[in-house]
Ligand binder design. Structure first.
Ligand code: C5P
Length: 394
């Protein structure tokens, strides 16, 4: 998604400037061309050389603005080159200057000459962040059309705890991808189920399965990138749900069903990627049952089928997408049958072997099309293509 894209990274003089180097590196790893502009304050913390070595592109400083080489008009040339600008960290003084439209340094001058998408990631002491002047500047910048990502809560370099940290790299990358993407799901709500359910045997023991929930998290990220508001109903996840996604943690299939039923009427799309346990102990035992008292034979009951319950309540205009793990030889037959039997509009079938793999393979069946589309690659990439296809059917 970032392959070959021209990104300009603005770095201001805050302690979080050391994290911008990691961001530059991550962007380059994902194929972006990154040029850097350091403010005078940033140069007190990090050097242009660091960014030039990481990005293999020029890193510009205030001195270059006053002394351009080779006939460059630096601020307008950089503004013409960039497809998007990311300022991380954005300091209180930079936000103030930009909100007043005062292009007295290279970075603010570039931004004023630039008309594309801009992401500002403020990071500072919590009192500076909460100061009414900063808050007013941020509101003003948002009104001007700038994307401002809220700083994280946590321990700050000044020794205090509160909002002011630069968000984690993963969250910044997601925001940057969203900045560059078309938004076919803008104004739409997407419901996702993910991860395994846990069906209790007693207060401490349960039945479950090794689903990591990574596909659901990738789908949540993809839905956010495409502009949707995302509701993620999930069992235990191996990775944290992305920022900006509404997360509803649940344990049992019944709880997952209740949350899904509550949220579904508001949603245009529901993607059911959860690995719901098919059976559950009929009567969970009270407390922690002593080992000797554990039954040797268990009575099990079927859990509710969330997909069928949602399909039964689907209104015209809503789309239901299911997942199914199938043996490769039987994949096509079984997937087609499941698509119609369970009332899905799309069914994403994974061959069994893809379970252990880092990357994934999805055969996407739809009611409209004869042949499935085969999507391969990272879960992130497959999730984007899958949702892009679903969005086209809305
Ligand atoms: O029939 P099967 O379990 O293979 O169907 C898988 C699809 O149905 C997945 O989308 C899964 O999330 C969903 N499902 C469900 N509730 C269940 C079982 C499966 O929503 N109890």
């Amino acid at each position: 998604m970032l392959e070959g894209r021209h990104l300009l990274l603005g770095v201001c003089g805050g302690i979080a400037a050391y994290k911008s180097a990691e961001l530059a590196r991550a962007l380059v790893r994902q194929g972006a061309q990154v040029r850097t502009v350091l403010t005078t304050g940033a140069e007190a913390f990090v050097t242009p050389l660091l960014f030039e070595a990481l990005t293999r592109e020029r890193a510009f400083r205030q001195k270059d603005f006053l002394n351009p080489q080779g006939g460059l008009i630096l601020h307008t040339d950089l503004a013409a080159w960039a497809e998007a600008v990311v300022v991380a960290p954005a300091t209180a003084s930079f936000l103030s200057k930009l909100s007043r439209g005062e292009p007295s340094d290279l970075l603010t001058a570039v931004l004023m000459a630039f008309s594309g998408p801009v992401l500002l990631a403020p990071a500072m002491n919590l009192h500076m962040w909460r100061h009414p002047a900063t808050q007013e500047n941020v509101s003003r910048l948002r009104r001007f059309g700038y994307q401002v990502v809220e700083p994280e809560e946590g321990s700050l370099a000044c020794g205090l705890t509160g909002p002011g940290r630069l968000p984690p790299l993963e969250d910044l990358l997601l925001e940057i991808k969203a900045l560059l993407s078309e938004k076919p799901l803008s104004g739409k709500r997407v419901l996702l189920t993910g991860g395994p359910t846990r069906e209790p045997l007693d207060a401490v023991r349960f039945f479950s399965n090794p689903s990591s929930g990574r596909m659901a998290v990738a789908l949540a990220q993809a839905a956010r990138i495409l502009g949707a508001e995302v509701y993620l109903v999930h069992g235990s996840l191996a990775v944290a749900p992305p920022r900006g996604v509404r997360s509803y943690p649940v344990q049992r299939a019944e709880e997952m069903l209740a949350e899904a039923l509550r949220l579904f009427p508001e949603c245009a799309i529901a993607v059911l990627a959860a690995a719901v346990c098919d059976l559950a102990p009929e009567e969970p035992l009270p407390g922690k049952t002593p080992k000797e008292a554990l039954p040797r034979v268990l009575r099990l009951r079927p859990t509710p089928d969330i997909a069928r319950e949602l399909a039964a309540r689907k209104r015209p205009g809503q789309l239901l997408v299911g997942f199914a793990l199938e043996e490769r030889e039987k994949l096509e037959d079984r997937a087609r049958r499941k698509l119609t039997e369970k009332g899905f509009d799309f069914l994403a079938a994974n061959p069994l072997e893809s379970l252990e793999a880092e990357d994934t393979e999805v055969w996407l069946f739809s009611r409209e099309r004869e042949t499935p589309r085969i999507l391969k690659g990272s879960k992130e990439r497959v999730a984007l293509e899958l949702l892009g296809e679903v969005a086209r059917a809305l």
